[in-house]
Ligand binder design. Structure first.
Ligand code: SAM
Length: 376
């Protein structure tokens, strides 16, 4: 068993390392890493720290937070916005993050269709009337594949000096038997299975008190089709959306086109540079030759080894004519990144039309060598 706390000898306080809240978030991150849910909702998300951590999980495409307190959500919600780097290099995955202001005691259609719903240290903050409605909202209405509920284990409290209740806003703190009986009855009623675990190990010799934070992991037993998930569910919106961020993604045509155009220009510049380096060295070896061809067809050995391997057909060879370098689109398409981004040669042509200068027959990217000379 990992010793994830330190006992401070004089005060006899228990200090968890990492802090308990981080252990709870890590528990969720590990679960996400294992089950790879695409759509995750965090109920009682407070300052959105868990959501912020989850936005880095590449499997997640939809993240939603809900809290009854709008001001706490707004405090740090800017962390959920895309960063400049997200625009410079859009991700392959799509990601939408939304925050809603509302109560877990109310149903709202924006909470349908989630794979994982997390309720970390939430239920002990609910009034009796809210706690009564909570299972029907989460397990009956939202009905995700998986629900994780964490709550303090009151049996651990005697090990926390001076603590009878961990927070003034807690409406109750359950021991393991109380939590497990509520969870088992909820799971039975809504056709879920539930397993119990926790974070925050007790000190050696005190294992009988259980984890400091108790956790129930609920898994829906029945399969759900998208039709049955949406059918006969009320469509009335009761939550207020306070934040929405749609991350730039290559799944969006606009960002994909930008990425293709940048990659085509970069690839063409690399090829041009390779060609011009070759021409320079040819020129140096050429001093005693009197005749020089105006049109130069470079052989493949003018490219770096990797580049040479890609340019396999004669028709794909780039060439220089006067001040102009012609780089066949077929050559550019053979580069792995361009190929992966576009998928087909037709799409490459479509994406770059009007964005990149092409030869009159549109078969090659055209670059001028003049700037190159000016640099030297
Ligand atoms: N889940 C967060 C975490 O682990 O760091 C925050 C937990 S905080 C102790 C409990 C949160 O639940 C508070 O932000 C509170 O506003 C929210 N909350 C309380 N009652 C709620 C309700 N009926 N519906 C939604 N959120 C509620």
């Amino acid at each position: 068993m990992d010793k994830n706390f330190q006992e401070e000898p004089f005060t006899r306080t228990i200090k968890f390392t990492p802090p308990l809240y981080k252990q709870r978030y890590q528990f969720i991150k590990d679960l996400v890493g294992k089950y790879k849910p695409k759509k995750v909702a965090d109920l009682g998300c407070a300052d959105c720290t868990l959501l912020w951590m989850l936005k880095f999980c590449s499997c997640i495409e939809v993240l939603a937070g809900l809290d009854i307190c709008a001001s706490v959500m707004k405090e740090k919600m800017h962390r959920l916005s895309p960063l400049p780097g997200d625009y410079l290099q859009p991700s392959e995955r799509s990601l939408t993050v939304t925050l809603h202001h509302g109560s877990v005691a109310h149903k709202d259609p924006c909470m349908l269709g989630f794979d994982l719903v997390t309720c970390i240290e939430l239920i002990e903050h609910l009034e009796q009337s809210e706690l009564k409605k909570f299972p029907e909202v989460v397990f009956g209405f939202m009905a995700p594949s998986m629900v994780v509920i964490s709550t303090p284990n009151s049996e651990f409290n005697p090990l926390l000096p001076g603590v009878t209740c961990r927070h003034p806003d807690h409406k109750f703190e359950w021991n393991r038997a109380q939590f497990q009986s509520w969870a088992l009855e909820t799971a039975r009623r809504y056709d879920y299975s539930v397993e119990f675990t926790g974070v925050g190990h007790p000190p050696t010799g005190m294992e009988n008190v259980g984890f400091c934070t108790q956790i129930g992991v609920f898994v829906r037993k029945y399969p759900q089709t998208s039709e049955s998930a949406q059918s006969e569910k009320p469509t009335e919106t009761v939550y207020k959306t306070v934040f929405k961020a749609v991350y730039p993604s290559l799944k969006n045509e606009k960002y994909l086109q930008n990425a293709v155009v940048s990659e085509v220009i970069l690839t063409a510049q690399i090829i041009k540079r390779s060609l011009s380096d070759h021409l320079m060295s040819e020129h140096e070896d050429y001093n005693d030759t009197t005749e020089r061809k105006s049109k130069f067809q470079p052989s493949m050995n003018c490219f770096s080894e990797d580049l040479g391997k890609l340019v396999v057909e004669k028709s794909m060879e780039p060439f220089v004519n006067g001040n102009v370098v012609y780089i066949p689109l077929k050559t550019i398409f053979s580069f792995p990144k361009v190929n992966r981004l576009c998928g087909t040669f037709e799409k490459l042509c479509k994406f770059i039309a009007g964005k990149v200068t092409l030869s009159s027959d549109r078969s090659a990217v055209v670059l001028n060598t003049e700037h190159e000379n000016g640099e030297n």
